[in-house]
Design a binder for this molecule. Structure first.
Ligand code: COA
Length: 141
């Protein structure tokens, strides 16, 4: 285990590091996932469930979790591409799950692109199951 790694809530000083990490981890994000807008939005709702994993001052992982009163959701689960398979995302998911459970959340859902084999392998290893659902969405703004 890398003892230099620390998982903690996001702080303003992490902003540039988070944006850099997301550029590396999500190179093909659609325009509506513009990083600074997402960060700004998350800071208005349950900001305490936005976790980063840091090695010193370097941001090496992220997760944004939220509880809508019925289900929990996670977004932007990411580990630095040069530091995968070192437990970063596992630690972040543990923090997210604990934070959600602390709010009384009974079940956590997430959306994963069907061709994202690494993420699917990661979530399966973390105890998640694929459910027979179709993902729908509608942009409201
Ligand atoms: C998917 C991702 C978050 C995994 O992060 P990670 O920090 O490497 O994951 P961990 O080190 O905690 O992995 C824990 C376990 O998950 C499984 N796992 C993780 N990545 C895997 C892969 N690419 N292939 C197979 N199994 C994998 C393994 O069982 C692993 O344990 P092990 O390394 O002891 O075998 C990371 O690859 C990533 O950031 N990908 C790009 C962004 C992304 O697609 N995010 C998900 C959006 S839904």
């Amino acid at each position: 285990m890398n003892t230099r790694l620390l998982v903690r809530p996001y702080a303003d000083a992490d902003r540039d590091g988070v944006i850099l990490l997301w550029r590396l981890a999500f190179p093909a994000e659609p325009a509506w996932n513009e990083s600074s807008t997402l960060i700004q939005r998350k800071l208005t709702v349950q900001p305490e469930l936005f976790f980063v994993c840091v090695d010193g001052t370097e941001v090496v992982g992220t997760v944004m979790a939220g509880f809508d009163g019925v289900r929990g959701w996670v977004h932007k689960v990411a580990a630095h591409p040069e530091r995968t398979r070192s437990g970063i995302a596992s630690r972040l998911m543990q923090a997210a799950e604990e934070g959600l459970a602390g709010l009384g959340c009974p079940k956590l859902n997430m959306q994963v692109r069907a061709d994202n084999a690494s993420a699917l392998a990661f979530y399966k290893a973390a105890g998640y199951q694929i459910e027979d659902r179709v993902s729908l969405s509608k942009h409201l703004s």
